[in-house]
Design a protein around this ligand. Structure first.
Ligand code: ARG
Length: 457
């Protein structure tokens, strides 16, 4: 059954029918399609285009179709797309009045509506999952506030920090991801229905009513733009890609931390796999796969960007290609957040191994320089002096705390006994009280405020 075949003398070639169908994937929009249809029907009724009796009949049938559709595993491709399937079923149930539902509506605006409603539903899920992950991060951060490790720049020991500080960095990355999804929803919260094929309609409909029923802020302003644009999907794909990149960075750190060389983290048996050859292996598959899946989600964004590039206004069938990347990115992102959350929840941080790394190298160097700055030495000069000390320590195979005051004074006579306080990494960490710094006092305060703001007490 096709919606458009009255002027055609021959049916569609079987292979072409398969080539052009979208019902095998857009059936995911069944619920949205019915919701949109009922809203449109209500509006048509209000405008006197569909009478009360017709309204009641069609609405009842649509709700039945929804229930029937939910049970179907494989929709027959002869129906081309989900809109056609719903309309055909409606005709079977209510006869010719089914046709009234399509007044002042085309599949071109219908598909945009379905996608907008789907995105609205799925973004709620994504935001929920991201917040669950944030809760896990906060739980670890509270527990690990006294676990100290080196911060890294260039993957080289930089300065001592609290593990809570490192974990909270991800909290804020995911907080911006949440915000991006929410603002995308807000920006595109305009109702496409009633744009019809691409130019509006001569039938006296009321798009504001449909918009209100469906909880949009207002109708879209230009029918051509409405049926031709997919930037709302591009934004979702981009948001998904950014979230996946953030997850992938966290996962990369977990892979590194899980190596024998680092041994900063122990993943639970429930999320690691073994090797069929090497019995000692505990592979961080969840982290690796998430890193891998990020590639596909980035690909989905690129795929739609390329589809849209150079596409003339208004609707073109190319636009049907927006759905598979959209569904895939959304499902992959939701699953990735869930999996990473499970992996992180059950992970144990190996504090002693982290701490041991602080003994190596010269993580106090920057603090020794700041010590001199506090005594009036310009920072560049202090940096130069401490650079020389590090060079000396390296040659002598010594640590800062093994340096005698006399030796210190050879480099600068402003050094006094209190310089030895710097060898205490706790003190170093807690001295970073500048806003956004790693001091444990600041971190405790910050975590408390975040929990209050999010209502997570
Ligand atoms: N399956 C189509 C799509 O996803 C629905 C819109 C079709 N419109 C049309 N005029 N063929 O884009």
């Amino acid at each position: 059954m096709k919606l458009w075949d009255s002027r055609f003398q021959e049916g569609l070639d079987k292979f072409i029918e398969e080539y052009t169908e979208s019902i095998s994937f857009d059936h995911k929009l069944l619920e949205e399609d019915i919701t949109g249809s009922i809203a449109h029907l209500k509006m048509l009724n209000k405008c006197g285009i569909v009478n009360d009796e017709e309204y009641a009949k069609i609405e009842k049938a649509l709700l039945e179709i929804l229930e029937e559709g939910k049970k179907i595993e494989k929709f027959p491709i002869e129906y081309e797309d989900i809109h056609t399937w719903v309309e055909s079923k409606l005709k079977e149930k209510v006869g010719n009045i089914a046709g009234k539902l399509h007044t002042a509506r085309s599949r071109n605006d219908q598909i945009v509506l379905d996608e907008k409603l789907y995105i609205r539903r799925k973004i709620k899920e994504i935001v929920n999952e991201l917040e669950e992950l944030q809760k896990t991060i906060i739980e670890h951060a509270e527990r690990e506030i006294d676990a100290l490790l080196p911060a890294y720049t260039h993957l080289q020991h930089a300065q001592p920090i609290s593990l809570a500080f490192h974990l909270m960095a991800y909290f804020y990355m995911f907080e911006r991801d949440i915000d991006r999804f929410k603002t995308t929803l807000k920006r595109h919260n305009k109702c496409p229905l009633g744009s019809a094929a691409c130019c509006g309609t001569s039938i006296p409909i009321d798009r504001f009513t449909t918009s209100r029923i469906l909880d949009f802020d207002e109708p879209t302003e230009n029918a051509m733009d409405t049926v031709a644009s997919r930037d709302f999907i591009l934004e979702v794909l981009s948001n998904c890609a950014i979230t996946m990149i953030n997850l992938s960075r966290l996962c990369e750190e977990i892979v590194i931390w899980n190596t024998d060389e680092f041994s900063f983290i122990k993943l639970s048996d429930r999320v690691t796999t073994g090797s069929s050859i090497m019995p000692q292996k505990r592979n961080p598959d969840v982290a690796e796969l998430t890193r891998g899946k990020a590639g596909r989600v980035i690909g989905n964004l690129v795929s739609l960007l390329v589809t849209l590039k150079g596409l003339p206004l208004s609707y073109n069938r190319d636009l049907q290609e927006d759905k598979e990347p959209l569904f895939d990115s959304i499902e992959t992102t939701i699953n990735a957040i869930k999996a990473v959350n499970i992996m992180l929840k059950e992970a144990t941080f190996l504090r002693e191994n982290m701490r041991k790394q602080l003994e190596k190298g010269y993580v106090e160097a920057a603090d020794v320089a700041e010590y001199l700055v506090k005594k009036g030495v310009p920072f560049r000069e202090a940096h130069r002096i401490v650079g020389k000390i590090v060079n000396y320590l390296d040659r002598q195979n010594k640590k800062f705390k093994e340096l005698s005051l006399e030796e210190y004074k050879k480099f600068c006579d402003l050094f006094e006994k209190d310089v030895y306080e710097i060898s205490d990494v706790e003190k170093i960490v807690d001295s970073k009280k500048s806003y956004g710094g790693t001091s444990r006092e600041l971190l405790r305060e910050q975590i408390k405020n975040v929990k209050m703001k999010k209502n997570w007490q």
